[in-house]
Design a protein around this ligand. Sequence first.
Ligand code: ADP
Length: 545
Amino acid sequence: MMDYPLTISTVMRYGTTVFGDKEVVTCAGDEPARRRSYAAVGERAARLANALRSLGVDGDQRVATFMWNNAEHLEAYLAIPSMGAVLHTLNLRLSPEQVGYIATHAGDYAVIVDASLIPLFANVLPLAETIKHVIVSGPADAAALGALTGQGREVHSYEELLAGARDTFDWPDLDERSAAAMCYTSGTTGLPKGVAYSHRSSYLHSMAVCTANALGASEQDRIMPIVPQFHANAWGLPYAAMMSGADLVMPDRFMIPAAVVKLIETEKVTMGAGVPTIWQGMLAHLRAHGGDVSSLRTLVCGGSALPEAVMRAYADEFGITMTHAWGMTELSPLGSVAREPVGVTGEAVWPYRASQGRLICGVEGRLTGDDGQVLPSDGKAVGELECRGPWITASYYLDDAPEKFHDGWLRTGDVGTLDAEGFIRLTDRAKDVIKSGGEWISSMELENLIMAHPAVAEAAVIGVPDDRWGERPLAAVVLRPDAEATPDELRAYLADRIPRWQLPERWTFVDEVPKTSVGKFKKTTLRDQYAAGTLAVTKLGALPH
Ligand code: ADP
């Protein structure tokens, strides 16, 4: 066979010609949505590559983005890797210090910034000295632009650069193993670490995303990635769309539930993708205000555990089957997709749909015990999940982190079971596990069960020190608006569903569970608050027999 390199340039060339009439739609709030054909995106990507070259972007220099999900971000996704440079998506929800740290660590040379984010990015620039060119996408007045200027740094308009550049680019032949894009982990449990995706890994991952057993993206789809393009490349969906001919419907900065529902209605979205908090918010909105979401064939949900109660509510109330998936930045990010095997029907589907899913072909998994020995994949043994495969990182950028790897496998830091059919059922992150009297209590299982209570909007469970048992669970609960429940009632509700010794005796009601920059429960903050004594905790006595 031909030794033909697997590159993003190939995906771009295919998507922007064969599917040149397909479109990327960008939400513009109350204004009509902006529409651009993939053919136009391809031409503008060529202009962008010429413009970046003229600014001195060469070799594998990093070109960062600080942008919402929109057409221009898609152009950057295509042009930057295809010209041989490295696309570095910066997380706009982090603090300026964190973004500055990440941009400096990556050595970003230029950055494309959305005009609406200029005030935020102006605070980053003094902390990101490697950046020599700031390219502003969208209308901005001179005063705003002034905030970006600085010594040794030039500020440009994205549209002016593109207008002045040639509309064809001599795309280079690239080594498929060279870096195409990089993304830093969101740092839920530590300092962010950089993962560099190669052209080859991105290509193979996109193909996997398109397979029917994974997300089955096809020309029939209009995909709406609510998951930000800076969060593990929007789960690879922009490239999967180019490859499969699916249209893209981008929310830009309009991600409140009302705007998302309106976008689904007007653009006839078939597949949405986002973290649980997004779909929980949309569920509450649909219940309160209604909405036509009949165009959806599925809502893909990953990034943290999707409560079974949410999946059931979408199915029962709106006829939508959610697709729960598991992955991580280090896995490009897709690892597994939860769908019941053929022949499983009725109530029996839920243990499959609520699991983290079946590993997709290309991602191998195994479990290891405390001393690193490999455990059986029998659905019973509980251990740390390790993975390997062609789109799984083999190292971190300029960070050895030997503790993250084990004999050629990536240690995921996720704990749970793996069965012979390839289904993963996670119980915790290694750093979140609760060990009570020598036995594990799953915080994810407790959260899932508490969130099924009709009065509960959100619940996070952490382990807290306990004199007698070493550690015990503490439940932090957010009640639904106008709903009431006491710790006693919630515990009694759980008592029918889990062993008595796992029932939390410590409860606290909070207005909101602290969240990370990508909307995951930030348990480190809860632990700090508990340690500092700032949580109002009710401690229940022993359960009556
Ligand atoms: P960070 O590690 O900083 O949170 P990632 O977005 O890469 O950034 O997070 C990957 C982690 O998110 C996984 O290791 C896992 O702990 C968690 N996760 C992702 N999807 C799921 C899921 N479906 N269920 C439970 N946990 C999940």
